[in-house]
Design a protein around this ligand. Structure first.
Ligand code: AMP
Length: 385
């Protein structure tokens, strides 16, 4: 028998599961994978303090799939054994993609994702035989209400981005869902931050968890090169176009503070010959997915987004993020710049700072314990931009 030399094999993953990694660009496990995979395989509850970009999805998906295949849990139709709860449809789609990617080499597991904002009927039909269900809480409750799915046989529950779930006010829905699950099950909870609300849910859900923290790994942030330019309010628009053109940025995510501003910036870019689309909470589900898909495949050069999208967007090798307007909280700043320089790739995060922003930018840097030199731009000739 051929013995696998993959570094993932050392974590206790079986040959079948290791096959699912064939053809994927994962040569080394990330720190969260190194720690979480053995614990999950062992059947332990896990509290993972890690954000999107750390490789956390693979960290739970791989060992869950292995447990599922090894233990051959009896399946009643419409009773899902594995449930992943996520706060947003974007994350649902992304997590589903990771499971599908891994399942490609296994081809045995039926994976489904459900979320609001789209018609429920196809989802009801699609629940038939689903073994791994990725869901946002509200839509899942609707599906349970219409008996399309049952939680009475859940063996493994994942709460992904639990902090975000609570921020968005899903506590009550989560409680209702938890009450429908059997008490004996494995629980994995992932959160980018720890706060009182997360702590409470941790106490409620997790039983003697293995605590794994990877957020403060300095090398993650070090990979992101940060720059900041001081620009007056009137020169901001032209300066953004100057940056994109002079640095020949072919794929850049631009953040604004509001949906209105995102629309405005995208429109201006388009008028100046730079292909851009805006995405934010007021856009339709379809428009958001389309814009993100076009951006990911490189069809769309600039995606202008609000903070709603700063978590959960996962784009491999995204080279540039620009803060056209600063976010209110330092946490959001970290989420924004974390869209680049992910999983060992270098990236550049650029902030455009007006004189009025300067104080707030200092506060953000202080919180991050990272200092970015503010570069002057007065001598840049913006005529023609
Ligand atoms: P996540 O934190 O789950 O959102 O994953 C972030 C990104 O890291 C995704 O694009 C994954 O495909 C990628 N990734 C996950 N595990 C690895 C790995 N071991 N090596 C390289 N990239 C990885």
């Amino acid at each position: 028998m051929e013995i696998s030399t993959s570094p993932f094999a050392a974590l206790g993953l079986s040959e079948v599961i290791l096959k699912s990694l064939d053809g994927l660009p994962y040569s080394q496990p990330t720190p969260i994978q190194e720690q979480a995979i053995p614990a999950v395989l062992f059947g332990k509850d896990v509290l993972g303090i890690a954000q999107t970009g750390s490789g956390k999805t693979v960290a739970y998906a791989l060992p869950i799939l292995q447990r599922f295949l090894d233990e051959q849990w009896p399946m009643e139709n419409r009773h899902v054994p594995i449930l992943v709860l996520v706060p947003t449809r974007e994350l649902a789609i992304q997590v589903e993609a990771v499971f599908q990617e891994l399942n490609f080499g296994i081809e045995k597991v039926k994976i489904g994702a459900v979320f609001g904002g789209v018609s429920i009927n196809p989802q009801m039909i699609g629940m038939q035989g689903v073994q791994v269900l990725i869901a946002t809480p509200g839509r899942l409750l609707d599906l349970i209400g219409s008996k399309a799915v049952h939680l009475g046989s859940v063996k493994v529950l994942v709460l992904d981005e639990a902090d975000r779930m609570l921020d968005l006010g899903f506590k009550e829905e989560m409680d209702r869902l938890l009450a429908l699950m059997p008490r004996k099950r494995q629980n994995l909870l992932f959160s980018a931050t720890l706060n009182k609300a997360v702590d409470e849910i941790t106490q409620l859900v997790l039983h003697k968890p293995e605590v794994i923290q990877v957020t403060d790994e300095p090398q993650d942030v070090v990979l992101i090169k940060q720059r900041a330019f001081r620009v007056t309010e009137e020169r901001k628009g032209p300066y953004l176009r100057y940056l994109i053109k002079s640095m020949d940025m072919q794929q850049v995510l631009v953040f604004t503070a509001s949906g209105h501003s995102a629309d405005h910036v995208a429109e201006k870019l388009n008028r100046n010959g730079i292909d851009a689309a805006a995405t934010h909470g007021k856009k339709s589900n379809h428009a958001r997915q389309q814009a993100l898909a076009d951006f990911k495949t490189g069809k769309l050069r600039v995606l202008v987004a609000t903070d709603l999208l700063s978590r959960g967007i996962d784009i491999e090798l995204l080279p540039y993020v620009i803060n056209y307007e600063l976010p209110r909280s330092p946490k959001d700043y970290i989420h924004r710049i974390g869209r680049t320089g992910r999983a060992q790739n270098t990236g550049e995060a650029i902030s455009i700072i007006t004189p009025e922003d300067q104080h707030h930018f200092k506060v953000i840097q202080k919180k991050m314990k990272q200092w970015v030199t503010l570069e002057g731009t007065d001598d840049v000739d913006l005529t023609g931009f």
